[in-house]
Design a protein around this ligand. Structure first.
Ligand code: GLU
Length: 449
């Protein structure tokens, strides 16, 4: 089946790692089937929605390589919701309510006190024509609820959670529209999913009970369209938690900016989030085709997925080690060519660390204090230095012969003299980059102490 999926953020803040994961999985579901991934900006809340967040959402998706195949904005689709509302009202599925927040809160408390579920008691359905008229005459504008059909259980086969069953009598009739005419999330989302031909709604499990309610909306809307339109499938993924296993505040604010600042590659975030919480191993896979091939909702677990920074570090480093020069060239220090990248790459956990390592080539390097014995050895190295195809091999082979040194005493003083460090890139690759002149200078300087 060719899937049409959507990612539907409200532009009331930046995307966090949980949103990014949902976006990625929707992208994967669509792309795997050769389908379409749509971005829907849920901006019906004019007060809290901000244009800079809309732009940030687009930029984040682009940085992650999850460009949508289309974009819709709820604020431009209000006429559609108006029509659906009118049709549902006509069909008797929408009713006006006049309770204030305080009244509702009181009702809730009373029900809870009686050991009843704190759902709406449908008091407004009891109002007669005259009572409604008198409320309106008092200047009380109604808010509107969708009337759930209590006659049959709501069921669906969830793509992650398996068969689901809800008793609609245990759910509140949801408020779909405020007294000022503005829309709550529930109805516009169902209208859009239907209108945009969404085949699979994949979102966090915090939306499971919304799905139950929306399924009845879909059914009612499809009936109003004389059967036109197709109810999407539903899948709810387990939430993302911190490494300590709890829903963490930190994750709620961890987004692309922070990832970028910390030098993580978008591929690393994608590779990690693609498989986190699934039964597939998290691996440093840069090739999206490979990730897509194995993507399967059936591998998703019900337990919360644990996001661990250390795992992201590990994946990032492994991916950096595989990255081609062309992919990183413009982020590398001046003068660092392909051979330089290859020599230094295995030492990096982030591309940005290339600067630091490249200084080993261009200098200045840290000077070290050597023992008399090592200084004599390094003076011998200056005399032995010959430049050919593989100067490091030639140098160490000669020194082994002439000084009888081997292992660490043979290699370490040379590395220290040539780079100022005890460890680092492979010297066989590094020495040709340092070049004969600089190598000779460094060895001479070390020998002189
Ligand atoms: N705007 C909703 C949210 O951010 C969308 C949920 C959905 O995917 O339907 O929670």
């Amino acid at each position: 089946m060719t899937h049409v999926t959507r990612f539907a953020p409200s532009p009331t803040g930046r995307l966090h790692v949980g949103n990014i994961r949902t976006a990625l999985h929707n992208w994967m579901l669509a792309k795997q089937s050769g389908g379409r991934f749509l971005l829907r900006i849920d901006d019906t809340d004019a007060e809290r929605s901000r244009e800079d967040y809309v732009e940030a959402i687009r930029a984040d998706l682009e940085w992650l390589g999850l460009e949508p195949d289309g974009e819709a904005r709820q604020s431009q689709r209000l006429a559609l919701y108006e029509r659906a509302f009118a049709a549902l009202r006509e069909a008797g599925r929408v009713y006006p309510c006049y309770e204030t927040q305080q009244e509702l809160e009181l009702k809730r408390k009373i029900r809870l006190g009686r050991g009843l579920p704190p759902i709406y008691d449908r008091g407004a359905l009891e109002l007669g024509e005259a009572e409604r008229a008198s409320k309106e005459a008092e200047g009380i504008a109604p808010h509107w609820r969708f009337q759930l059909d209590h006659t049959a259980p709501i069921t669906w086969d969830d793509g992650v959670r398996g068969p689901q069953k809800f008793d609609p009598a245990q759910l509140s009739d949801p408020v779909i529209r405020r007294a000022d005419g503005s829309w709550l999330y529930m109805l516009p989302s169902a209208v859009d999913d239907l209108d945009m031909g969404i085949t699979q709604v994949l979102r966090g499990e915090d939306h499971v009970s919304n799905t139950a309610v929306q399924i009845q909306m879909f059914t009612a809307l499809i009936a109003e369209q004389d059967g036109a339109g197709q109810m999407p499938g539903f899948a709810h993924e387990a939430l993302l938690v911190g490494a300590e296993g709890k829903l963490s505040k930190r994750l709620g604010s961890l987004g692309c900016d922070a990832f970028r600042e910390r030098g993580f590659e978008p591929q690393a975030i994608v590779a990690l989030l693609a498989r986190l919480g699934t039964s597939l191993p998290v691996e440093p896979i840069a090739d999206r085709a490979v990730l897509l091939e194995s993507f399967d909702l059936a591998t998703f677990g019900r337990a919360p997925a644990r996001f661990d920074d250390a795992e992201l570090e590990r994946i990032n480093a492994a991916l950096v080690h595989q990255m081609d020069y062309a992919a990183v060239a413009e982020r590398l220090p001046e003068g660092m060519d392909e051979a330089g990248w290859h020599a230094i790459r295995p030492n990096l956990s982030r591309v940005s660390e290339a600067d630091e390592w490249w200084r080993l080539v261009t200098g200045p390097i840290d000077t070290r204090a050597f023992s008399d014995e090592d200084r004599a050895y390094l003076a011998e190295a200056v005399r032995s230095l010959a430049w050919g195809d593989d100067p490091w091999r030639a140098l160490t082979a000669t020194l082994k012969e002439t000084t009888g040194r081997k292992g660490k005493p043979l290699f370490l003083p040379l590395r220290q003299a040539l780079t100022g460090m005890d460890h680092g890139p492979d010297m066989g690759e590094l020495l040709p980059l340092i070049g004969e002149t600089r190598a000779r200078e460094r060895l001479e300087q070390a020998a002189q102490g």
